[in-house]
Write a new protein. Structure first.
Length: 179
């Protein structure tokens, strides 16, 4: 059974810049820069028939427009018990529309609605045993985050292994966006 999700790839030069943020945070399990991505829609473990339906349904969205993504800050999920460090994506109407369109076509293909609010980000580390004070100290030491921008000309259907951390991720199919 494949475990699937849709997302945006991070260009190598942006991944390299993000990788310089690695290190110095207690309890961080750093994600390999080759696995950096922006998840649009987690699909989960599905049978091969559903996987084919999903891939076919996503073909309908290739008419969406290409756009720019801008990473603007470091933040975390988990509040007082931080569980992930990420680079946040600046709000972008085109990105939000693409994600919402994917949600609609995937529900029509028979998937349950995504229960979580869409918060576009690039996960940099999974945190275990990091306190909010550890994280605050790391963010203070990290200094100013220089925004990173890149064009998005396609989205992809990724598969992942059922493992801690998920990677390595494999591009199963790509869907070009209109210029």
């Amino acid at each position: 059974m494949p475990r699937l999700f849709t997302g945006l790839e991070i260009p190598p030069e942006v991944a390299l810049a993000l990788s310089f943020k690695r290190g110095g945070l207690t309890g961080a399990r750093w994600i390999d820069p080759d696995n950096y991505h922006i998840t649009l829609r987690f699909i989960g473990d599905v049978d091969n028939g559903t996987a084919n339906d999903v891939a076919d349904s996503l073909d309908r969205l290739s008419h969406s427009l290409s756009f720019q993504v801008r990473l603007t800050h470091l933040a975390s999920f988990g509040g007082n018990s931080p569980r992930a460090l990420y680079a946040g994506v600046e709000l972008n109407e085109t990105l939000t529309r693409l994600q919402a369109a994917q949600e609609r076509v995937l529900q029509r293909a028979g998937l349950e609605p995504e229960g979580r609010k869409f918060v576009p980000h690039v996960s940099l580390a999974r945190l275990r045993g990091s306190s909010s004070l550890d994280l605050a100290g790391f963010l203070a030491q990290a200094g100013r985050f220089e925004p990173l921008s890149f064009p998005v000309g396609r989205f992809v259907l990724f598969s992942s292994k059922d493992s801690v951390g998920g990677g390595p991720y494999v591009v199963e199919q790509s869907y070009p966006l209109a210029a």
